[in-house]
Design a binder for this molecule. Structure first.
Ligand code: KIV
Ligand code: ZN
Length: 506
């Protein structure tokens, strides 16, 4: 069976999603997980766009050994030089050059002629080729461009050395049948197409990104660009897990494989959601909380008798653990460690001690500790690593009569204990104001969301907070059975990320 190359752009196009911002450590953590997942290419970022992005791509390039690390560049010499500077340490480096090719973009945005676009494309691929043999070219907005012009551009860039040509549906405008015909047209009209891999990059504005990508695969495309959980610019990109599982589940139709280890899908999805702060919708295919839940009696009856009656994928195949053990307050450290291992976590002794302690505290408040609770605990403990400020104590009074008041005690950067109090319009506002008096970093809170991890009155509450400072958004998360404590943790987490990113940029 021939293989479809999975090109993951979670760290580049995915991070372009409104409100998404990851620090270098988080990008590295995701890149390592993507390598474990078995993607073929990691698009690590757009180095010329900011010093932070440059650094992140550079770190990923040095760290990742088994996967191609790709850097994005516009068709400008300085972009290509910066892309190479950032990835030159990679074992398998790739430069991805893009330039608009639709008349809409060429005339209204770039104010150039088709001839100029053709020349820039050819020249910039030649420039990238001096640095590395692995060069990808994307004629941006290809699905709205003149197909004859796309054929011409592709032939020119392949002659200049492009080894992959990527066809983007940049604004998610294409319809599957039409997009399939575009790919078919490329194979029959570009003379040297056999010298390059044909790739596709579909956006989800009409909810068709996965359908368009699969149609392109049916017509010969052998690389798909996608993101974990489908995150990305506007409505997002084609979802990696949906592409991979469609190809594998319907091998009768595709007769193709991917190099992805599907058992790592769920873990990767959780990590990306956790670090980007973008929740996964419950009905999301493959990784949503309800994706394998059967509500109707008839379906439940069928699944009990034979899962295949209503389940087209075994949840274990995508790494969703079948809970055999329910943990509670009598569970010991070994049972806890075993459960962590089944969930795919292997913590060092120190992290294990802290997480086990947190588990014991939770088990005192909650009768049954579920897998989702454990995932939330691990995430919470990992968040507290390398923090500048840490929440020590918090006390809030509120109600319909009194003025909401919060007193907080934090450990500061040098280990000193800091304490203050503030009034607010509500308890969360009072908490944030009290923390602001101690941390003193001007910012605006732009988003606040609470959700419960599991059902039940004793569930852990997860809070997501986004703050904006100097035009940059920082996301913070916190979890606790008390949502005011979770809010304080989330706010401090966002502030810590802001401070860490300023320190890294200094
Ligand atoms: O959507 C798009 O066209 C892109 C290109 C840079 C490939 O992201
Ligand atoms: Zn894109």
């Amino acid at each position: 069976m021939s293989k479809v190359i999975i090109f993951d752009t979670t760290l580049r196009d995915g991070e372009q999603a409104a409100g998404g911002s990851l620090n270098i450590q988080e990008k590295l953590e995701i890149a390592k997980q993507l390598e474990k997942l078995g993607v073929d290419v990691i698009e690590a970022g757009f180095p010329v766009s900011s010093p932070g992005d440059f650094k992140a791509v550079e770190c990923i390039a040095l760290e990742i050994k088994n996967t191609i690390v790709c850097a994005l560049a516009r068709a400008h010499p300085k972009d290509i030089d910066a892309a190479w500077e950032a990835i030159k340490g990679a074992k398998h480096p790739r430069i991805h050059v893009f330039l608009s090719a639709s008349d809409i973009h060429i005339l209204h945005q770039l104010k150039k002629s088709r001839e100029q676009i053709l020349e820039m494309s050819r020249d910039m691929v030649t420039r990238a080729k001096k640095y590395t043999n692995d060069v990808e070219f994307s004629p941006m907005d290809a699905s709205r461009a003149n197909p004859e012009f796309i054929y011409q551009v592709l032939e020119a860039v392949i002659n200049a050395g492009a080894t992959t040509v990527n066809i983007p549906d940049t604004v998610g405008y294409a319809i599957p049948d039409e997009f399939g015909r575009l790919i078919e047209g490329i194979f029959s009209n570009v003379k040297n197409i056999d010298k390059a891999v044909v790739s596709v990059h579909c956006h989800n504005d009409l909810g068709l990104a996965v359908a368009n990508s699969l149609e392109a695969v049916k017509h010969g495309a052998r690389q798909v660009e996608c993101t974990v959980n489908g995150i990305g610019e506007r409505a997002g990109n084609a979802s990696l897990e949906e592409i991979v599982m469609a190809i594998s589940t319907r091998s009768d139709i595709f007769n193709l494989t991917t190099g992805v280890n599907s058992q790592q899908i769920y873990k990767t999805s959780r990590l990306v959601s956790e670090l980007t702060g973008f929740p996964v919708q419950p009905n999301k295919a493959i990784v949503g909380a309800n994706a394998f839940r059967h509500q109707s009696g008839i379906h439940q009856d069928g699944v009990i008798k034979m899962p295949i009656t209503y389940e087209i994928i075994d949840p274990k195949k995508v790494g969703i653990p079948a809970s055999s053990l329910v943990l509670g307050k009598l569970s010991g450290r070994n049972a806890f460690r075993e459960r962590l291992a089944e969930l795919g976590y292997s913590l060092g002794e120190e992290d294990l001690d802290r997480t086990f302690q947190a588990f014991k505290e939770l088990a005192d408040k909650k009768k049954n500790v579920t897998d989702r609770d454990i995932e939330s605990l691990v995430a919470e403990e990992m968040r507290t690593v390398a923090e500048v400020y840490r929440l020590e104590r918090i006390q809030v009074t509120c109600g319909d009569r009194g003025i909401p008041t919060a007193a907080v005690k934090l450990t500061g950067p040098d280990g000193q204990i800091l304490a203050d109090a503030a009034l607010g319009t509500g308890p969360v506002d009072a908490v944030c104001k009290a923390i602001n008096r101690l941390v003193n970093v001007p910012n605006t809170l732009t988003e606040f969301a609470v959700k419960s991890v599991t059902e039940g009155i004793d569930a852990i509450g997860e809070v997501l907070i986004r703050i904006e400072s100097q035009g940059i958004t920082y996301t913070g998360r916190g979890a606790d059975t008390d949502i005011i404590v979770a809010s304080a943790k989330a706010y401090i987490n966002a502030l810590n990320r802001l401070l860490a990113s300023r320190k890294a940029a200094a």
